[in-house]
Design a protein around this ligand. Structure first.
Ligand SMILES: C/C(=C\COP(=O)(O)O)CCC[C@H](C)CCC[C@H](C)CCCC(C)C
Ligand SMILES: Nc1ccn([C@@H]2O[C@H](COP(=O)(O)OP(=O)(O)O)[C@@H](O)[C@H]2O)c(=O)n1
Length: 354
């Protein structure tokens, strides 16, 4: 490295050191920040010095920006002395360097959020595939009944999906990255349901009778609702959280408990039972409260818990009533339950509670 470069590098390093060592009370803070930014960007470019840096300045023979002779008096230069110094003569160069640093910081923040969301999407996508495959294995090896397996996939898929939202970044695009997971599964269901492709594990895990076309009804509506709640409400509104808790938890457990203990049928619907509906109401309520607490504890929701319990109870009652109606052949539960919950939660909570 030639003498010129060595001198340059020593000069800027020395300047930065002096500026960093200055007493806080004496410095003119703004001038220090700008001086450090300018010196740092100049140091970084010492192989191509900016046009206004003369050789004499760099070699230390010009008037020091510290006032007095060519050497520092140990006092921090005042802003007027900066104005005279050839190093800082053009204020536009200071503005240019601070804008450059801000742009650089913004770029780094955006790219790290992008990387975080891409990784989170890959992890959740892998989790979805693993969940369905695991229950297929359990069913294939007769560890659990096919009907129970499907309902556990029904309960766990949406709740685990919702629970994974905090691993995404705080960027505005995060919810759309998360929505890619139900979208991909929606396309898979479409492909398998139309027999454009086959996936025995998926068909067995999510259909009642093993017919591919079944994937185009309940399961399809289910993943569409996951996407809808993700994009419309995300993690900063109680509406999506409660709606998915009712669809995944409430409706799921209604089936599991109703099939097993539902001897006494509802007077207006012989396909549904008191046991199933009561279970839906309580499990939907409990899971909703649990998920709201989860998001509240992570700081995404600020809730007035005195009112939350009563409001969630009302949502749960309404969703249970709708689920019990003999309308399944017209409107699937995976549509009527979340939509009823969204409407009730919107009326009781408003859109956002922050
Ligand atoms: C069986 C399912 C719906 C049928 O409902 P019903 O007719 O019994 O009322 C659930 C279908 C699940 C889907 C194929 C997979 C969805 C995965 C989800 C988008 C992401 C889960 C990620 C998590 C980390 C496991
Ligand atoms: N409220 C309810 C819901 C379901 N069930 C039982 O669960 C079975 C499946 O319920 P469902 O038709 O809602 O099933 P999915 O549409 O949720 O898959 C019913 O045939 C009932 O045996 C119940 O007894 N009471």
């Amino acid at each position: 490295m030639d003498l010129y470069s060595i001198k340059q590098q020593a000069f800027f390093l020395n300047l930065i050191t002096r500026l960093q060592g200055e007493d806080q009370e004496e410095r003119e803070y703004k001038a220090v920040v700008e001086a450090k930014q300018m010196a740092t960007s100049a140091l970084l470019s010492f192989t191509h010095p900016p046009p206004h840096l003369s050789t004499s300045t760099l070699l230390g023979t010009s008037p020091s920006p510290w006032g007095g002779g060519g050497t520092s008096t140990g006092r921090f230069p005042n802003s007027s002395s900066f104005a005279k110094s050839p190093l800082f003569s053009s204020s536009s160069s200071l503005k240019v360097s601070s804008i450059e640093i801000r742009r650089s910081l913004h770029f780094h923040m955006e790219s790290s959020a992008l990387l975080q969301d891409a990784c989170a999407t890959a992890v959740v996508m892998g989790g979805a595939y693993s969940l369905v495959s695991s229950f297929d294995l359990l069913t294939t090896h007769n560890f659990i009944d096919q009907k129970l397996s499907r309902k556990l996939v029904h309960v766990l898929s949406g709740l685990l999906f919702m629970a994974s939202w905090p691993i995404f970044s705080t960027s505005l695009e995060a919810r759309y990255f998360a929505a890619l997971v139900p979208l991909v599964n929606c396309l898979r269901l479409l492909a398998y349901g139309l027999s454009l492709a086959t996936d025995e594990a998926m068909v067995k895990s999510v259909s009642r009778e093993g017919k591919p076309e079944e994937l185009l009804r309940g399961p399809m509506y289910y993943v569409v609702m996951l996407m809808l709640c993700d994009v419309m409400f995300w993690r900063n509104s109680p509406i999506g959280v409660i709606s998915l808790a009712m669809m995944c938890g409430g409706d799921g457990f209604a089936d599991i408990m109703g099939r097993r203990y539902g001897k006494v049928k509802l007077p207006y619907n012989q396909d549904k039972s008191w046991a199933g509906s009561i279970c839906m109401c309580f499990s939907g309520f409990a899971i909703s409260i649990g998920m709201l607490y989860y998001y509240s504890a992570l700081g995404y929701l600020q809730l007035d818990w005195g009112l939350v319990v009563a409001k969630v109870a009302l949502v749960s009652l309404a969703a249970t009533l709708v689920e019990s109606l003999p309308i399944t052949k017209v409107v699937d539960d995976n549509v009527s339950v979340p939509l009823t919950s969204m409407l009730m939660a919107f009326l009781l909570f408003g859109y956002r509670t922050l």
